[in-house]
Design a protein around this ligand. Structure first.
Ligand code: HEM
Length: 424
């Protein structure tokens, strides 16, 4: 690519994006650990069935305490983190919201802590585990699509669990072309190259559209009652969770309990990058939640977001240039981000709000036959990351819309044109 790199930070951004791209598109992930770790993998591969037969906790109690020192390469550490996190989620939630534990046993907690420290990830299942490090192609030369992708490790929920993680991975893949355009936009702003910035933004808009279209696959591959009634609890954490008000003791690590949020795509670096690039600002509460989610990302992903945030604000460049193509490209980009967030809200409504209402109705009438009625009540109002779902998501969505309004009021005198963008 013909990007001119003008500072160490731009080099950092470029390198990260290249590595991310290469990791996703060119390399296969680690699928096996050294044979010393067989006791972990034997259990991790069977988590769904061991949870359902209520045997996972006793299997983990019998597991030997293994040293993490034999794990050397980054990819081995990532697979180990995935395996230890899947076992931990199964261990904690095996008996549902009323049968939680207060202690994660030493033979799981100690290596989980060590591997987490080496990776810079928290000792809980994250988006970087369940989605980014949890796939392989059935046919290595075949395409990246639902038919040819499978999970390395799973949690209860069968095909819906596979669908949920795989569709989320495909949304990440749809974003890859936009990542390549971020340094193009940044360098264009630095060198005052209006055409390059406009083109970069147009291509990012296309990716945002592709991400939204890919998110639509969720409907075909995930059954809402399975997501709500079975899967959600295994993604939940021990922070802001009424079932585990004190958190969890990692035995052999620290005597005091620790609190960690559950897995959520709010931990994906993508929308954080777009927000920083486009200058979308989030208010105190929603902003604090999103900011906290950055601690659940790989350090390189978090660094990229920080690097983008330190660049000259794009909006001021757009306003200063007063160029129609550039202004339109910027508005288009923010409106596509808004459309993605709007569509995401309808997905959340389908997979959480509607089944939650059904579960309440069934509880009130004393029926317990449907799957949704088995869902944990403590999570009714909360996302797996622990947020108060709808108010949080709508605030974040409205803040994206504000960015369009701010820019439009500076550029366009004709309100009709502004509204055309907002309603796209
Ligand atoms: C069945 C599918 C999904 C459901 C039910 C769902 C649910 C949620 C919930 C409840 C939140 C609030 C934060 C929390 O407490 O976890 C959230 C946040 C978020 N989700 Fe999803 N999600 C789904 C799929 C996805 C996918 C595929 C993506 C794309 C990678 C995504 C991206 C995000 C982002 C970026 C946030 C943070 C809020 C924002 O920046 O707008 N979600 N999601």
């Amino acid at each position: 690519t013909a990007v001119h790199l003008q500072s160490p930070r731009a080099v950092g951004i470029y390198l990260f994006i290249f590595l991310f791209y290469a990791l996703i598109l060119l390399q296969r992930l680690q699928e096996e650990l050294p044979s010393y770790y067989k006791p972990w993998m034997d259990i991790a591969l069977r988590v769904p069935e061991l949870v359902l037969s209520h045997e996972l906790r006793s299997c983990i109690h019998k597991m030997p305490l293994l040293s993490s020192q034999l794990l050397q390469r980054h990819r081995e550490l990532r697979l180990a983190h995935l395996a230890l996190s899947v076992m931990s989620m199964g261990y904690v939630w095996q008996e549902g919201e009323n049968g939680t534990v207060q202690v994660l046993p030493r033979n799981l907690a100690v290596p989980f802590w060590e591997v987490s420290q080496r990776l810079g990830l928290p000792p809980i299942l994250t988006h970087a585990d369940a989605v980014l490090a949890n796939w392989r192609k059935r046919d290595p030369d075949g395409p990246f699509d639902m038919q040819n992708l499978e999970l390395l490790l799973s949690l209860p929920g069968g095909e819906s669990t596979r669908g949920f993680f795989m569709v989320t991975l495909l949304v990440e893949l749809a974003a890859v072309p936009s990542l390549r355009n971020i340094p193009i936009v940044i360098n264009g702003v630095r060198s005052g190259d209006v055409e390059a910035v406009a083109k970069g933004l147009e291509e990012i808009s296309e990716s945002l559209q592709d991400m939204k279209d890919t998110l639509k696959l969720m409907q075909a591959h995930v059954e809402p009652s399975v997501f709500y009634g079975i899967m959600r609890i295994y993604l939940s954490g021990w922070k802001d969770n009424p079932c585990m008000p004190k958190g969890l003791v990692y035995e052999g690590v620290q005597t005091e309990p620790m609190e960690y949020s559950g897995g959520s795509a709010a931990q994906s670096s993508l929308l954080h990058c777009y927000d920083e690039l486009l200058g979308v600002q989030h208010e105190t509460e929603s902003g604090a939640f999103l900011f906290r989610m950055r601690n659940y990302m790989l350090p390189a992903h978090k660094q990229l977001i920080q690097d983008i945030s330190r660049e000259r604000p794009l909006r001021s460049f757009v306003q200063q240039q007063d160029n129609e193509r550039l202004s339109q490209a910027f508005q288009l980009c923010v409106s596509k981000l808004l459309a993605l967030r709007n569509y995401h809200i309808t997905v959340v409504s389908r997979f959480v709000t509607v089944p939650a209402a059904r579960a309440r109705q069934l509880r009130d009438t004393g029926e317990a036959s449907e799957m949704v009625s088995k869902a944990p009540t403590a999570l009714e109002e909360r996302g797996t990351g622990g947020s108060g779902i709808m108010s949080f998501l709508k605030t974040v969505r409205d803040e994206t819309r504000d960015e369009i309004a701010k820019n439009a009021s500076n550029i366009y005198s004709r309100p009709a044109l502004c509204m055309a963008y907002v309603s796209k």
